[in-house]
Every structure is written in structure tokens, then in C-alpha cells.
Design a protein around this ligand. Structure first.
Ligand code: GTR
Length: 413
């Protein structure tokens, strides 16, 4: 009943293009003080830092940096896996000096390689063991919202092995010379609202602090922080070329991948798949999922300050085209699905279009157009790649094939 009432107060979801409100996007190339940015130097030294800090304090929240005690341990290695095509490694990334809190990276490296390889890095929803049918992958401890008061978030029976295999074409990546690194997001912060008690947040509370301040990290920023900690490890792995890591994610993890790449310039490329509201989609279009809806359905994803903009998108000091712009001049791929209207495919496309002037400062081609391009006709030519796939909300082999083509252009030697 509560859920019903909460939803009843929310305006109906808009899927009608003619009902998109008139809006003016903030200009990525005008500083807060009103100065026009006309060169890459001013973008990098002045405008980019101020925009990044607005996204931190108003949208995702500030995260700590690399903890002093961070350390790694290779837990397992198998040089003959996936039909002898790949080496599998599992690595514990301990967040502090103690061994109590860690995430496990599952890493596949092509055996056929002459040099350190480029890698796709992304979070998985259901556990490392769900991404393929490799029987020796350690089962992630499944951490989900307790079903009832006093219940446990650790499910004795998690998701079956290979349950998410359709989303992770490991063999195709290996055959194309890419490594794959993935982490169960529940290792970093379980995906439900518990007042920030069970994930990484409490490890960094100041004395007496019990939850993040309104401008401090929510769950998406914590996941992005975890991806940076994975990068800390990848920099130490001699089979990985850390200067060629593409951070990738589907949906909520697509939001996370974009934010991770915005915050951490070590990521050479970013891929957003169906990331929607709070990801690639422009908030001001209010099409499909809105800021109000996402803040009420997922109160833990963003920082407390983001609530100010529920039903009040015009007041946002930023919009999501500027999130894409923060990644410039690095390549970014924005993938949508035509039936995934909740994620606003057109709004995702337009974010790429309106990020383009920043790429142009660097003499690069971004993305152009005013109408959503044809379905299943990828645009791979510029530094902002894009496609609208036929079908619904998902990440498919088709999507990954485009990401590999795009990565071949930007990350292959
Ligand atoms: C939906 C949410 C979206 C998207 C999606 C997903 O429920 O409203 O923003 O993140 O979940 O992650 O699959």
C-alpha cells in the first residue's frame, strides 16, 4: 500500500516526445563565472575541475581516494581455461590493512598474446561465477536485500553458475585479443538502501560519523571507487596493459562506468550500455525514468544533495552531456536499445551530441545530429561511438561486438 501511495504522488511516466518540456542545457564551455572556454588547456585546467566537483557534490557524492592499506592477493590462477584459450586469475583486493573487507576480481587473459593486453573492466550483478560456465570460478557470496525484517542479506543459495552468460561473451573477447576483468558489485556495496552500513562506506567514516554527508558518496560512487581500486591492481599485473583499460557497464553499472571514467583518467575508454537516468540520458528531458523516480526507487544510488533536483531538473547545475564531456578526449561509447524507453534512448544520444563541442576543443570528432539515428546502424567513426539496438533493456552479443570494433580503433596498437 505504501508503495502504491508513494507512486501515486509521482507524475505519470512520460513516453510522449511532444510532452518533453522545453529546456536549456547548461553549457559545458562556459565556466561558473561566465567565462567562455575556447581551448583544451582552459577546459582541462579550469572548467573540467569545476564541473567534476559539481557532479561530486550534487549528483554522485565525493569518494575517498586510494586507501593507504590497500593490498592485493592472487587467490587462484589457472593457465588452461576456456578450452586453453585463456588464463584465469582471481584476485582479492583488500580495502584496508586488514584482510576483513575485500572484493574479488575475476580476470581472464588471452593465452595468445605477444604483449600485455587491453582489458574490458566491468561490474556484474549476480556474482563472478554467473558470467560464464567455467566451473572453477569461485562463487561470489550473494548479498541481497533481506526478504524480511531481521533476515540475512547473505543468501545460502545465490544465483546459478552461468546465469548471466548471455551478457558476458568471454570467449569472443579472448578471441579478439582482449582480457576481461569483472567484480560482483555486492563485494563493494550491496545494492539496497541500508543507510550505508554494510558496504565500503563505514570503512571511511570519520569518528562519530554514521552515514555519508549529503555531498558524500552514494552507492554508484562507491561502485566507481571499487572500479578504480581494481585499476590499482591492474596496474600491477604484467599481463595487463593498464593504459588500455575500457570501463564498461550495463544499466546501473553503465551509470557507474561513466562516473568511474569521469573521476579516474586512468580509464582509457568508457562504455555505457542502456545507462539511462543518472547515466547517459539528459535529466532535463524528463522522458522515461526521472530524477524524482530514481531517487525514490533507489535512494542509495546518488548523494543526498541529488534529492534537491527531484521534480526540479531545471535547477541542476549540470546535465548528463557534461558527464560524457568529463571523459573527453578519451573515447566513449553510448549504446541504447530502441524499446528501452525507460532509459530514454534519444536523451542518451543527445548527451553525446551536446558533449561533442568539448571533444572538438581537442580537435576530435564527437557525435552529431538532432534525431535519433536508425536502429541497428552503429556510428563508430568519431570519439563518441553510438548505436540504438533493436530490442529491449539488456546487454547482448550485438552490443559487445560494436564495443570491440570501437575498441579496436582506439585501443589496439
Ligand atoms: C531500473 C532502474 C534503471 C536501471 C535499471 C538496471 O530499475 O530504474 O535506472 O538502472 O534498473 O540497472 O537494470
Amino acid at each position: 500500500l505504501t508503495l502504491f501511495c508513494a507512486r501515486a504522488q509521482m507524475p505519470a511516466t512520460n513516453y510522449d516526445e511532444s510532452q518533453v518540456p522545453a529546456y536549456t542545457l547548461p553549457d559545458p564551455l562556459t565556466t561558473i563565472a561566465g567565462k567562455k572556454v575556447t581551448d583544451a588547456e582552459t577546459w582541462t585546467s579550469e572548467r573540467r575541475p569545476e564541473l567534476l566537483s559539481l557532479f561530486e557534490s550534487e549528483v554522485y557524492g565525493k569518494a575517498p581516494g586510494r586507501p593507504e592499506g590497500l593490498h592485493f592477493e592472487v587467490l587462484s590462477e589457472d593457465r588452461y581455461t576456456l578450452g586453453n584459450m585463456a588464463t584465469r586469475r582471481e584476485i582479492a583486493v583488500y580495502f584496508t590493512e586488514s584482510d576483513a573487507h575485500f572484493m574479488t576480481i575475476l580476470l581472464y587473459i588471452p593465452n595468445k598474446r605477444t604483449d600485455a593486453v587491453p582489458v574490458f573492466l566491468g561490474l556484474n550483478f549476480k556474482g563472478n561465477h554467473t558470467i560464464c560456465d567455467d566451473p572453477l570460478v569461485t562463487e561470489s557470496v550473494s548479498r541481497m536485500k533481506p526478504r524480511e525484517e531481521g533476515g540475512s542479506e547473505v543468501r545460502a543459495k545465490g544465483f546459478p553458475r552461468a546465469a548471466a552468460a548471455s551478457r558476458w561473451p568471454v570467449e569472443m573477447l579472448i578471441a579478439n585479443g582482449y582480457g576481461l576483468a569483472t567484480i560482483y558489485r555486492g563485494d563493494i556495496d550491496p545494492d539496497y538502501d541500508d543507510g550505508f552500513q554494510n558496504g565500503v562506506h563505514p570503512l571511511f567514516y570519520r569518528e562519530g560519523q554514521t552515514k555519508p554527508a549529503p555531498d558524500e558518496w552514494g552507492t554508484i560512487a562507491a561502485w566507481a571507487w571499487g572500479l578504480s581500486r581494481a585499476m590499482d591492481y591492474l596496474e600491477t599485473d604484467e599481463d595487463v596493459d593498464a593504459s588500455r583499460v575500457a570501463v564498461i557497464g550495463h544499466s546501473r553499472h553503465g551509470k557507474t562506468a561513466l562516473w568511474a571514467a569521469a573521476v579516474d583518467p586512468r580509464f582509457a575508454m568508457a562504455v555505457s550500455n542502456d545507462s539511462g537516468c543518472g547515466g547517459a540520458a539528459l535529466s532535463r528531458r524528463c522522458y522515461g525514468e526521472t530524477v524524482a523516480r530514481i531517487n525514490s526507487l533507489f535512494p542509495h544510488w546518488f548523494c543526498g544533495n541529488f534529492n534537491r533536483y527531484s521534480g526540479n531538473e531545471a535547477a541542476l547545475p549540470v546535465d548528463q552531456h557534461e558527464l560524457i564531456a568529463l571523459i573527453a578526449p578519451r573515447p566513449v561509447y553510448i549504446a541504447s536499445a530502441v524499446e528501452d524507453r525507460w532509459a530514454d534512448p534519444k536523451g542518451e544520444f543527445l548527451a553525446g551530441v551536446h558533449a561533442t563541442p568539448v571533444y572538438e576543443l581537442f580537435g576530435l570528432v564527437g557525435l552529431s545530429g538532432t534525431e535519433l539515428p536508425q536502429t541497428d546502424a552503429p556510428v563508430l567513426s568519431g570519439h563518441i561511438g553510438h548505436h540504438v539496438r533493436s530490442g529491449d533493456h539488456d546487454i547482448t552479443l550485438y552490443d559487445w561486438r560494436q564495443f570491440v570494433k570501437f575498441a579496436d580503433k582506439h585501443l589496439k596498437r
